[in-house]
Design a protein around this ligand. Structure first.
Ligand SMILES: [Zn+2]
Length: 74
């Protein structure tokens, strides 16, 4: 993740300008190519079984929602 020396904070790739400058102070933080590579690496870091967990969690929460509505209606 790009580090901004002037702000002493990490900057998410989305908060950087298109030219790799910090959106807060305008200091050059990272080359745009580096940011794009880093963002792509984050997207590929989620393994396939992660999405199974996400789907299972969504199904569980949906079931709890339906169960809760049924409880409210008596
Ligand atoms: Zn900054």
């Amino acid at each position: 993740m790009p580090w901004c020396d002037a702000c002493s904070e990490y900057r998410s790739p989305n908060s950087l300008g298109g030219d790799g400058t910090c959106a807060t102070c305008g200091t050059f933080v990272a080359a745009h190519e580096d940011v794009a590579v880093e963002a792509r690496a984050v997207g590929e870091s989620a393994p396939w079984h992660f999405w199974i967990v996400v789907v299972a969690l969504a199904a569980y929460l949906l079931w709890r929602l339906i169960d809760g509505i049924a409880w409210l209606l008596g």
